[in-house]
Design a binder for this molecule. Structure first.
Ligand SMILES: Cc1cc2nc3c(=O)[nH]c(=O)nc-3n(C[C@H](O)[C@H](O)[C@H](O)COP(=O)(O)OP(=O)(O)OC[C@H]3O[C@@H](n4cnc5c(N)ncnc54)[C@H](O)[C@@H]3O)c2cc1C
Length: 390
């Protein structure tokens, strides 16, 4: 579709790629990458375009991997499943269930592709649960010269797990999975101070805990999910509870468009940082009705993961998709940075290489790895050049 406009989920990022191509298989991916290499133009790969930053925007070739979908292999004893990189998370839950398996955790929705979710460090919530990237045990990709390569050594995985599509086109990912499990969901609304007073206990006592601060009510909607052996049930007498298989219970529907900025801060700094954000919003942005989401993510070792090396609280700030958001986000962002925050790569933020470098101990290691994988920068677009400082 030459010259047709491509847009991300929220409509905040658009571009007119020279070609939007959907290769039918891995060999066709190689052909496209070789063509880009020969022409000296850039190539970006897109999952489902749910990122709010211009990670996928390109004037050159945009590659969609919808055709590379499905569970390719599984080994219940080893707790591993290999999936094609374009598989949507919503198309992964049931096929894994049929094999008696499930992902360890998921985020708020299940519309993203697995490669896209991995690429930006997409996460859910749970004190002992890492982001989705941390479950990647092996990567198969087409590199910048068009060769298929396979990585499973710890150093390469530390670079590849969160790599924003800058190291190659993933074609398959091997994930650590676990036996299928059911979850019991409970949703409660409490005054915010009561929620904050119980925060440590809730995070410790529940496999998954999160709360949404509802600014117009100054209340917290708290959600807990815990494993159960009970049968799948909607629990009609308890409208704010339900039981089901994990992939049916963890994700929610998000049908309204919104803008989002999210920062990952050291877990211990979470409550104070949240209080500071709440105070700023009450003082200066009392018109914002969209909630602030508070989640916990376990530390991991991926070089560009925003949970790298530290247990993490994520704070997500939202604004309606039809309203201005820039001034509001720019006013709250310094509070998140002050708390040691690292931005979610797929959500709106205002940082470039000069600020980002200091936030990641392994930043230079990642850049050296990238240089080795793609010395001519075929997988770099303007946004990546800006955030990597290249
Ligand atoms: C409604 C909504 C809810 C969300 N909920 C959460 C949440 O709960 N938790 C959270 O952490 N984030 C969340 N996000 C952010 C979202 O998960 C990330 O932006 C994610 O990267 C989007 O996946 P995607 O498939 O759309 O990837 P895209 O946005 O299309 O791409 C993301 C990155 O992955 C790269 N990529 C895609 N496919 C490949 C491939 N085959 N090989 C190499 N690189 C590839 C792209 O080049 C790009 O750099 C949400 C976003 C929205 C809009």
């Amino acid at each position: 579709m030459p010259d047709e406009e491509w847009s991300n989920w929220s409509g905040s990022v658009t571009c007119r790629p020279d070609g939007f191509e959907e290769p039918a298989d891995e060999a066709a991916v190689q052909t496209r990458v070789r063509a880009a290499a020969a022409s000296g133009r850039e190539l970006r790969v897109v999952g489902t375009g749910h990122s709010g930053t211009p990670l996928c925007a390109t004037p050159d070739t945009l590659l969609g991997l919808d055709a590379l979908a499905g569970v390719l292999d599984h080994d219940p004893e080893a707790g591993l499943a290999t999936v094609a990189a374009g598989t949507k998370l919503c198309d992964l839950g049931d096929p894994l269930l049929e094999r008696g398996l499930a992902m360890r955790n998921m985020g708020d929705i299940d519309k993203q592709s697995i490669a896209g979710a991995v690429g930006t460090g997409t996460h859910g919530t749970g004190r002992d649960l890492g982001n989705i990237s941390s479950s990647v045990e092996a990567v198969r990709l087409v590199d910048a010269s068009g060769e298929v390569r396979f990585f499973e050594d710890p150093t390469s995985l530390a670079a590849l797990r969160v790599s924003l599509g800058s190291l190659g086109v993933f074609t398959a990912l091997t994930l650590r999975v676990m036996p299928a499990y059911r979850l019991h969901e409970r949703i409660r609304r409490l005054p915010i101070e009561e929620c904050l007073a119980r925060l440590d206990d809730e995070i410790r006592d529940n496999r998954h805990f999160e709360f949404f601060w509802l600014p117009f009510k100054d209340a917290a909607e708290m959600k807990t999910l815990n494993p159960t052996e009970a049968e799948v049930s909607p629990l009609p007498d308890r409208p704010y509870e339900r039981i089901g298989w994990a992939p049916h219970i963890i994700p929610s529907e998000r049908n309204e468009k919104f803008f989002e900025m999210e920062y990952a801060i050291p877990a211990a700094a979470g409550p104070d940082c949240f209080r500071a954000v709440r105070a700023r919003m009450r003082e200066k942005h009392a018109d914002v009705v969209w909630p602030v989401e508070y989640r916990r993510v376990a530390a991991d070792d991926a070089w560009l993961s925003n949970a790298s090396g530290r247990d993490t609280v994520t704070l997500s700030i939202h604004q309606d998709g039809s309203l201005p958001y820039r001034e509001f986000f720019a006013d709250v962002e310094p509070i998140l940075l002050e708390a040691g925050g690292r931005p979610h790569w797929g959500k709106i933020h205002g940082l470039k290489a000069d600020r980002l470098r200091d936030l990641y101990p392994d930043w230079d290691r990642f850049l050296a790895f990238r240089e080795e994988m793609d010395p001519k920068g075929r997988f770099l677009n303007a946004h990546l050049r800006e955030i990597f400082g290249i």
